[in-house]
Ligand binder design. Structure first.
Ligand code: GLN
Length: 541
């Protein structure tokens, strides 16, 4: 069975299209269907890898090393469908491949046009995901942007063609709109009516509407929306604001029978809904007691999306450890000037209970991060360093324990006498920035007796990478002789994948990105171990 569901959005951006698409994916999985998710991004960048986190939020990395939009992170947190390079389609990729084919002479002299050449390329990509795995039942395609944007037109046109070419019920359009509230008094349906008209102008009649609204809508309003938009009354759903978490959305939509209506429209027999995991997750949410305060010391603090997967993974670990997580966001650049004590807290009565230093690029703010790491090490505060956060641990150790004051990464100081973090060998001749880092899933071996081994309880682990620099092997002996613990390496022992502080409750850095694999229904073992150590520390002090 290959069915297609196109999710588009109207009125404005940030309506939660990704969460709606993911929630629908979760519900269909709950009904026993195999779901694959695809994101179409109208921007001209080939991928999100070279985009500034301030502009675009975090770069999400898949197993096969695609650097994608953060919506793919939502897909992976909500569903179990495999994600790879094929699941992230951008205008840049589409044009690149069409132009390459044209240069190779594959169009035999024809004029290359948006329709059919660009739209065909989009359709082929979507079809390739559907065909990749014979067990795939449904492909959910989220079209980025808002209907009416110039950039989205080729994607909507490709969707229109697929809907038109498929047998009735094999391809659906789900459209998301906003129902704004004027002066806190009146809910307005007009923008939704206009948004559906804009879809109809593109030749697509939405089969299902999801209306983002501050509260559940009453029947009369839903009737009004249905009659103005030609959408069935029972196919208008409300994505109202929830007070708890976005992970409640699958259950919110289930209560409104979104999955049943979609199955019926697709002509799929109704099956038993298994939402045990999601219900259990909600039980965990309500069972949390107390709060822990985690200081995140990074340089993109103003924009929540810049560290999205890290914040989500901490939340998941909070569910698993029955504790609420309070994020204390510390701007590492500003922190360079401040005393650690005044920002992070004095011994004992600290305003943060744990420190997490996330990944990052460039030297700005790294001295603030080093200061935070030193403070956590000296004050026995649990510390979790991710990618750059691990490299910071190594630099801090070299500067403060080995007394190499100039120790640094060559990323920040090219000519330091002590380049304790240096370029990966394979990176030396790389000149192009896009897609050229050590990217994607690879194997690491946790060393027995290490904290990382205790956390995973596994002899080999597979995690995703995204970096150019690494622990410099020529300093391994001096680092370990002075006490720094190497917690994990690659299988051949060539690259250091994790370091730990000795005689410390929990100070662990990893060169990879565990946050990408954490789910609300299955928190990541390293995040759980970190939060467990934070809880333990609070109880014992
Ligand atoms: N900038 C560092 C490197 O390239 C760390 C990368 C990261 O934190 N993702 O190695």
């Amino acid at each position: 069975m290959n069915k297609f569901i196109f999710i588009s959005g109207g009125v404005c951006s940030s309506l939660g299209k990704g969460v709606a698409a993911s929630s629908l994916g979760a519900l269909l999985e709950g009904r026993g269907l195999n779901v694959r998710m695809v994101k179409c991004d109208p921007y001209i960048n080939v991928d999100a890898g070279t985009m500034n986190p301030y502009q675009h939020g975090e770069v999400y990395v898949t197993d096969d090393g695609a650097e994608t939009d953060l919506d793919l992170g939502n897909y992976e947190r909500f569903t179990s469908g495999r994600l790879s390079k094929a699941n992230s389609v951008t205008t840049g990729q589409i044009y690149k491949s069409v132009i390459e084919k044209e240069r190779e002479g594959r169009f035999l002299g024809r004029t290359i046009q948006v329709i059919p050449h660009i739209t065909d390329e989009i359709k082929n990509r979507i079809m390739a995901v559907a065909k990749e795995d014979p067990d795939t039942d449904v492909v959910i395609v989220e079209i980025g942007g808002t209907v009416g944007d110039i950039e989205s037109i080729p994607f909507l046109e490709a969707a229109r063609q697929i809907i038109h070419e498929q047998e009735r019920g094999n391809a659906l359009s789900v459209h998301l709109t906003l129902i704004p509230e004027i002066a806190g008094l009146e809910l307005k349906t007009k923008p939704t009516q206009h948004s559906v008209k804009a879809m109809q102008e593109q030749g697509i009649q939405p089969d299902v509407l999801i209306c983002r609204a501050p509260v559940m809508l009453d029947e009369a309003t839903i009737h009004k929306i249905a009659s103005f938009t030609n959408v069935d009354f029972n196919a208008v759903f409300v994505s109202y604001d929830v007070k708890t978490t976005i992970y409640e959305m699958p259950l919110v939509f289930y209560e409104q029978k979104l999955d049943l209506v979609v199955l019926k429209k697709m002509g799929v027999e109704s099956r038993h809904a298994n939402l045990k995991n999601w219900r259990k997750m909600m039980e965990h949410l309500h069972a949390r007691q107390g709060k822990v305060r985690i200081g995140i010391v990074g340089k993109y603090m103003e924009l929540h999306d810049a560290y999205k997967s890290i914040y989500e993974a901490l939340f998941h670990a909070g569910l698993a450890c029955a504790v609420e997580i309070d994020l204390v966001k510390v701007d590492s650049a500003a922190f360079e000037e401040n005393e650690a004590e005044s920002t992070l807290g004095k011994n004992g009565a600290s305003p943060v209970d744990g420190i997490l230093i996330p990944g990052g690029f460039g030297g700005r703010g790294t001295n603030g991060m080093i200061k935070a790491a030193a403070w956590a090490r000296q004050n026995n505060v649990p510390y979790f360093g991710i990618c750059l956060g691990m490299q910071i641990m190594v630099i801090e150790w070299a500067r403060n324990i080995l007394k190499w004051e100039d120790a640094d990464s060559t990323e920040f100081t090219e000519n330091t006498k002590h380049p304790v973090i240096s370029l990966l060998e394979e990176q030396i001749d790389v000149t192009n920035l896009g897609g050229t880092m050590r990217l994607g899933r690879s194997e690491s071996i946790p060393h027995e007796g290490s904290k990382i081994f205790t956390a995973y309880k596994e002899k080999n682990i597979w995690e995703r990478h995204r970096h150019r620099y690494e622990f410099a092997n020529k300093y391994r002996a001096e680092m370990t002789n002075s006490g720094l613990i190497i917690g994990a390496t690659t299988a051949d022992g060539a690259l250091v994948e994790s370091v730990e502080w000795p005689d410390h409750p929990w100070g662990v850095g990893v060169q990879f990105h565990p946050e990408f694999k954490s789910k609300p229904t299955a928190a990541h073992p390293l995040f759980c171990a970190f939060i467990a150590a934070v809880k333990e520390k609070i109880l014992s002090s």
